[in-house]
Design a protein around this ligand. Structure first.
Ligand code: SF4
Length: 389
């Protein structure tokens, strides 16, 4: 029996090759790309400008499907989170954050994560596997058309786009799943697919230095780096990858990246941990790190109030401390923002992507899934985390 091909796995060049295998001309690939990524089509019969013979061929050899939705929650602030089944008991999350002038989708690139940052609930799950291209781009595909459907907006290039920005900041370290991540990025940027500008697509890394260099050559999008510490001893304890690529090497890689990047700064993410990395002295060390006289790194800082989760043993810095920390950075001329916590009531805030499994319509299935995940990730999996103000 022929194995069916998921066309979401194919980038534009691969679709041309696939059409050639079927004895079809290259322009068919462009048509397919538009039907899939601009109209959200999954039914070949709906692709009315393809010959009936081609539609029949496709129906017998291919399919178009994103990972199945296990749960779909919308927070009181409009943040929407999907938990997606990627098979073998693994689930990943996709979060949509609406703002006044843009809609940002945060997507995952791996099931679990091997980097094991101390403050991250995903890291505590351990690494399960890399997502495929179809599972990565499928998150954008599924979310864009679900959001349009909810608002009654027609699919197709004329309908108002709901997702204007994408951040790869969900589960996983994208640069440790390099090829599928880059292929998915290329689809996001392609004019026959989503047509997003490089400035509106941000990849966030914990600092896989050689892959940052490769990304700058293969698909330079905006870059965010999870820095979280101001010196190597502290960063070694928070982001274990630092032992392999310490801060000096990481800063040098940022500078190299900026020669090719669509933005002229790197965003440094900094999770604010009470009594761990949040003193004025830490802020001054950060300034010295990025304003190194010989080789400064043009940057802005995004301070992230930590979202506590069971067993982390860490606490969120209080608001007064976070503001004081930001002031030290800003007084040194560094643009600094404090991230608003969104979607707290649905566990969608940053670092909480360990999820809650809920499906109101299929209680049996939900209970079974929950039992599986709890066996795999521990009995606290799925608990709503309470955030102190
Ligand atoms: S913060 Fe990112 S890199 Fe670190 S463990 Fe979590 S998902 Fe992995």
């Amino acid at each position: 029996m022929t194995q069916l091909t998921n066309l979401l796995d194919k980038d534009p060049a691969q679709l041309v090759a696939y059409c050639a295998e079927l004895g079809e001309k290259p322009f068919r690939a462009k048509q397919l790309l538009r039907w899939i990524h601009q109209f959200g089509a999954s039914d070949f019969d709906a692709m009315t400008d393809l010959a009936k013979s081609l539609r029949d061929k496709l129906a017998s050899r291919a399919f178009i499907a994103a990972p199945a939705v296990i749960s779909d929650h919308t927070s009181s602030d409009g943040t929407r989170k999907w938990l997606l089944d990627v098979g073998h008991g693994d689930a990943v999350e996709t979060v949509f954050i609406p703002e006044e002038n843009r809609g940002t989708l945060c997507i995952s690139t791996q099931a679990g994560c091997a980097v094991n940052c101390r403050f991250c609930s995903t890291g505590k799950q351990g690494f399960s596997r890399n997502l495929t291209v179809g599972e990565i781009i499928g998150q954008l595909w599924m979310a864009e058309f679900a959001l349009r459907q909810a608002k009654g907006i027609e699919p197709g290039p004329k309908g108002e786009r709901q997702i204007t920005n994408v951040v790869m900041m969900g589960m996983g370290e994208p640069l440790l799943n390099f090829e599928p991540t880059v292929t998915a990025l290329k689809l996001m940027l392609d004019d026959n697919a989503y047509g997003l500008s490089r400035r509106r697509v941000t990849l966030s890394t914990s600092g896989v230095v050689p892959m940052m260099d490769r990304l700058s050559q293969e698909c330079a999008v905006a870059l965010a780096v999870s820095v979280h510490a101001s010196n190597d001893a502290l960063r070694d304890s928070l982001v274990p990858l630092n032992k392999k690529y310490p801060l000096r090497e990481l800063m040098a890689a940022c500078r190299r990246y900026l020669e090719f990047a669509p933005r002229d700064f790197v965003t440094f993410e900094y999770c604010m941990l009470d009594g761990v990395n949040d003193s004025d002295q830490h802020a001054r060390e950060l300034i010295a790190l990025v304003q190194d006289g010989e080789a400064p790194v043009p940057c802005k800082f995004n301070l992230i109030p930590f979202n506590p989760f069971p067993e982390s043993g860490l606490k969120r810095s209080n608001n007064v401390r976070i503001k004081a920390f930001a002031k030290v950075l800003m007084d040194a001329g560094i643009v600094t923002t404090i991230r608003k916590t969104r979607g707290d009531d649905i566990d969608a805030a940053c670092g909480q992507l360990a999820g809650e499994v809920q499906d109101r319509t299929r209680v049996q299935e939900r209970m079974q899934k929950m039992a599986e995940y709890q066996q795999k990730y521990g009995r606290d999996f799925g608990r709503i985390v309470e955030i102190s103000s």
